[in-house]
Design a protein around this ligand. Structure first.
Ligand code: SF4
Ligand code: SF4
Length: 86
C-alpha cells in the first residue's frame, strides 16, 4: 500500500497511512457523474484520479473525509460505511 507523505512538525517528513483513518468511504455513482472534476480539485490527499477518461477514487489514500461528496454538484458521491460495499 502506498503512503501519503506530508511535511509536518519539527522533525521533518512524516509518512501517513491516511487510508487507515477511514471509517466511511466515498462511492461514485457513474450514472450521476458529469465528469466535471470538482471532486478531484477538492480532495485534500489527491485520492481522486482521472484515468481512462473517467474519475476514480484511489482507496490507498482516501481518508474518508467526505469533502468530495459535499462538493459534488450532482450528488454523485455517497459516503457509506466501511465494509458496506455495493
Ligand atoms: S464532482 Fe461529482 S460530477 Fe464532478 S467529477 Fe466528481 S463525482 Fe463526477
Ligand atoms: S473522502 Fe476525502 S479523502 Fe476520500 S476521496 Fe473524498 S475528498 Fe478525498
Amino acid at each position: 500500500m502506498r503512503k501519503f507523505v506530508t511535511p509536518v512538525g519539527n522533525e521533518g517528513m512524516y509518512i501517513l497511512d491516511t487510508a487507515s483513518w477511514r471509517i466511511v468511504k466515498p462511492v461514485m455513482n457513474k450514472e450521476k457523474c458529469v465528469e466535471c472534476g470538482i471532486c478531484l480539485t477538492y480532495c485534500p490527499v489527491n485520492s481522486i484520479e482521472f484515468k481512462s477518461d473517467k474519475y476514480i477514487i484511489n482507496y490507498d489514500f482516501c481518508k474518508g473525509c467526505g469533502i468530495c461528496s459535499n462538493e459534488c454538484p450532482k450528488t454523485a458521491i455517497d459516503m457509506i460505511e466501511e465494509g458496506d460495499e455495493r
